[in-house]
Design a protein around this ligand. Structure first.
Ligand code: BES
Ligand code: MN
Ligand code: ZN
Length: 492
């Protein structure tokens, strides 16, 4: 969908959106339209028991006094509480309502929207952002869709609000890349093709590099290689470097990129196994965040590193009980080959610390089913060795709606992964499964490095439509990371 910011409505047939605040208080544009229609809008709102709740919609057809093909009156809630999040939700609601409606164009008239919580041009940008995010579809493999199922909405003109300084298109493009990577099946996106896709879509200036198993062997990445051992696909370590702030110490973001997780020899049950195509959602979020930062030329140094590997059962696959040596030198008894994410992350995190010497490192991973048991699909789990870093990430989550919840760590959890034969085992008891997973990763963080681990297993994929996504890939993490970077690392 193409979105423009214009002074006046473009010519030609179009749907029209006007607004009302709490109490069905009509905006300037809505009041003018109501007068021209002889009060029909006010009567319709009363009939629909519309009270101006944020993102509620009353749709009117054949309204007198306007050439609009249809009119949507959209609620903003209490005006002075209408902030960025509300306008994103409103944009999402408009897109959801009109996407397959038959309308090709919509004019959104923000004229006379007053007393809101942010400048009107910024509200327009947020509305556009919400609409763009909600309009995303992944239909490329659907060849027999009926006309009524296909999107029709192609253009949105936002009028009466001026032109925003930042239209947030870079951020939306990052989210879309993440959703594409997450949505693609595992026969299309595997380690090498993940790298190819990131390279092919990289904005100017983003340096994309990768290495394969020969170099991993030289580096001694025995934990990652053990996971990849059963797969015909070659594992990759992908690095995306965005250098927007001279020689400042880079922030490093690390993603779990298991392009398919069968569980390996500890094979998963068939029902739902297809979901494990999105076990690369952490890597997808890191790729999307780097894309967004590069696309808007952010004044910051950030490096994204993804451990890309496929976890398969095979004659060559690693077995439960195998002992592998990680790049750090620490040995691991592989009790369960389905606890593969931590085996990938431990080597990639170690390599990233050795190579880039970051002061702060954040990893994102669809790491444990236990995380979903704890937090459902409402928040990702946040583990950190530093209170300040945890607070920064929580705040970015609250601001963007990519919500997080801090989880505990400590000695008593840590000793649960001690092994009688190696330095540690890759699983603890069932109880506290997401915490022992975090403890495992924590053993590969060097002294003095501030580290956070985001277990996003419940957030990458949605079974139901949300305010800013259709069911499927959510793009979780991109907006969170972008905000975290902008607020805490970016030079103004
Ligand atoms: N990728 C899974 C975790 C997962 C499960 C993500 C469901 C999203 C939805 C991970 O590799 C895994 O299999 N974890 C195991 C760990 C267990 C063997 C200790 C799990 O959670 O069952
Ligand atoms: Mn697994
Ligand atoms: Zn996994």
């Amino acid at each position: 969908m193409k979105i423009t910011f214009a002074a006046t409505a473009p010519a030609g047939p179009s749907a029209l959106v006007v607004f009302a605040a709490k109490g069905a208080a009509l905006s300037g544009a809505a009041a003018l339209l109501n007068d021209a229609a002889g009060g029909a809008i006010a009567r319709a709102l009363a009939t629909a028991r519309f009270d101006g709740e944020a993102a509620a919609i009353v749709e009117l057809f054949a309204l007198p006094g306007t050439t609009a093909t249809r009119v949507l009156v959209v609620g903003l809630g209490v005006a002075d509480k209408a902030d960025a999040a509300v306008f994103e939700k409103v944009g999402g609601a408009i897109a959801a309502r009109l996407l397959t409606s038959g309308e090709t164009d919509v004019t959104v008239d923000l004229g006379g929207v007053t007393a809101i919580a942010l400048p009107l041009a910024d509200a327009a940008a947020r509305l556009a952002h919400g609409a763009t995010l909600r309009a995303y579809r992944f239909d490329k493999y659907r060849t027999t869709m009926k006309p009524a199922q296909k999107p029709t909405l192609a253009g949105m003109a936002i009028v009466g609000a001026g032109t925003p300084a930042d239209d947030l298109a870079a951020l939306a493009a990052g989210v879309a890349l993440t959703r594409d990577l997450v949505s693609e099946p595992a026969n299309i996106i595997y380690p090498e093709s993940f790298v190819d896709r990131v390279r092919a879509t990289a904005p100017e200036g983003l340096i994309v590099e990768a290495f394969g198993e020969a170099e991993m062997t030289t580096l001694g990445m025995g934990a990652l290689l053990g996971v990849s051992q059963g797969s015909e696909r070659e594992a990759q370590v992908l690095t995306m470097r965005w250098n927007g702030d001279g020689d400042a110490t880079p922030l490093v973001l690390v993603g779990k990129g298991v392009t398919f997780d069968t569980g390996g020899i500890s094979l998963k049950q068939p029902p739902g196994m297809e979901d494990m195509k999105w076990d690369m959602g952490g890597a997808g979020a890191v790729a999307g965040a780097l894309h967004a930062l590069a696309a808007r030329q952010a004044k910051v140094n950030v490096i994204g590193v993804c451990g890309l590997v496929e976890n398969m059962p095979d004659g060559k696959a690693q077995r439960p009980g195998d002992v592998v040596t990680s790049m750090s030198g620490q040995t691991i008894e592989v009790i369960n080959t389905d606890a593969e994410g931590r085996l990938v992350l431990c080597d990639v995190l170690w390599w990233a610390q050795e190579t880039f010497r970051p002061a702060v490192i954040v990893d994102l991973a669809t790491l444990t089913g236990a995380m979903i048991v704890s937090l459902g699909h409402e928040r990702g789990g946040l583990f950190a060795n530093d209170h300040g870093l945890a607070a920064q990430l929580s705040a970015a989550g609250d601001a963007t709606g990519d919500l997080l919840w801090r989880m505990p760590m400590g000695e008593t959890y840590d000793k649960l992964i001690d092994s009688p034969i190696a330095d540690m085992k890759n699983v603890g008891p069932r109880e506290g499964g997401s915490i022992t997973a975090a403890q495992f990763i924590g053993r590969f963080i060097k002294p003095g490095v501030k580290w956070a681990h985001l277990d996003i297993a419940g957030m990458v994929w949605a079974a139901k439509d949300g305010a800013l996504w259709a069911k499927g890939a959510t793009g979780y993490g991109v907006r969170l990371l972008e905000k975290f970077v902008a607020d805490n690392f970016e030079k103004s």
